[in-house]
Design a protein around this ligand. Structure first.
Ligand code: ADP
Ligand code: MG
Length: 320
């Protein structure tokens, strides 16, 4: 059975903004699913609908096999949601926060005590017990927030941009925590992110979205396959040359899109073998200096740039 099934969801706000425009996606039980998209793509709108805060304008959603719009109260008993803003009460201790949450979800006292101890151990929060929650760093507050949300042992845990603004160490800790939740608690995780690396490293499946629509869905390797063999990287002597040459290459008709990475330009093409020869010749003819040119394995970032660009240019024959 699927954990989440979203079918052609539309969300139009009162001000006329269409945040979701016919989005469909499927999340399997027990997986980590990332909804990846730039700011304003519609990620929070979808998470707010899935967690019953907002109603969709049209479309159908099943959560654990039940219709979300018909049984929102039941759905609420099965899920937990970690919002973008940390929801811990800083006037309460770590223990009091966890206990408060367990009461909200009506977990009996004995079970709650046992579970809270387990969660504190499991997520390495023991050393923080002595300190007031207001003194915790942003990363620890977020981990506590997630631990609190696990007190009810939700079937699905929703997280809206869980690592936004975090440093690399806190982010890695968070990823470890989420993998543990999937593997030890068997919880399905649905998270939103605008970090490609996060979606790439962490998730079993990814939906890339933009302007309220799905652009692509699959595992990170299957998404890379979409444009495999159709990308060429030109390494230049420095970043200034990369910028200058990008403008020139964008004006040619043998590329579909381009993206700068430090001192290199990655370009999407229709046929990498043919284009390799073509670009090589074009650069030599134009006296352009370069260090190397070759066909490359795309990263998820390349996939994202390629897909978002082709989505923007749809109708102009620039679809990859
Ligand atoms: N409550 C709201 N009322 C009106 N417009 C909204 C509301 N929430 C979000 N939007 C708009 O919907 C679009 C998608 O926003 P959002 O879902 O927050 O995207 P994301 O989380 O991907 O950044 C944006 O254009 C945003 O301004
Ligand atoms: Mg958002």
């Amino acid at each position: 059975m699927l954990a989440i099934e979203v079918d052609k969801i539309v969300k139009q706000y009162k001000n006329g903004v269409k945040a979701l425009d016919g989005l469909s996606l499927q999340v399997k039980k027990g997986e980590i699913f990332s909804l990846l998209g730039p700011n304003g793509a519609g990620k929070s709108s979808l998470i707010n609908i899935l967690t019953t805060f907002y109603k969709p304008t049209s479309g159908k959603i099943n959560i654990l096999g039940k219709d979300l719009c018909k049984e929102p109260a039941w759905v609420r008993t099965q899920i937990a949601c970690v919002a973008q803003r940390v929801s811990i009460d800083e006037h309460l201790s770590l223990m009091e926060n966890m206990t408060f949450q367990s009461r909200m979800y009506r977990v009996d006292k004995y079970t709650a005590k046992k579970r809270i101890k387990e969660l504190i151990d499991s997520f390495q929060l023991l050393s923080y017990l002595r300190y007031p929650t207001s003194s915790y760093s942003g990363g620890v507050k977020r981990r506590l927030d997630i631990a609190m949300n696990m007190v009810s042992l939700p079937k699905i845990l929703f997280l809206d941009e869980p690592t936004v603004g975090m440093d690399a160490v806190s982010r890695n800790r968070m990823w470890e925590m989420l993998l543990k939740i999937r593997d030890e608690y068997n919880t399905t995780i649905f998270l939103t992110t605008h970090y490609l690396e996060e979606a790439d490293q962490l998730s079993d499946n990814i939906c890339i979205m933009n302007n309220g629509k799905e652009i692509a869905q699959g595992t990170s390797s299957s998404l890379r396959n979409i444009i495999r063999q159709n990308m060429i990287r030109v390494v230049l002597p420095n970043a200034i040359k990369a910028k200058k040459y990008k403008k020139m290459i964008d004006n040619t008709d043998f590329i579909k899109w381009s993206n700068i990475k430090e001192n290199s330009i990655v370009v999407g093409v229709a046929n990498s073998r043919k284009s390799l020869t073509l670009i090589n010749k074009w650069m030599i003819d134009n006296n352009m200096e370069f260090i190397s040119i070759g066909i490359v394995e795309p990263t998820l970032e390349d996939v994202f740039v390629s897909l978002v660009n082709s989505d923007r240019n749809r109708g102009e024959g620039l679809v990859c």
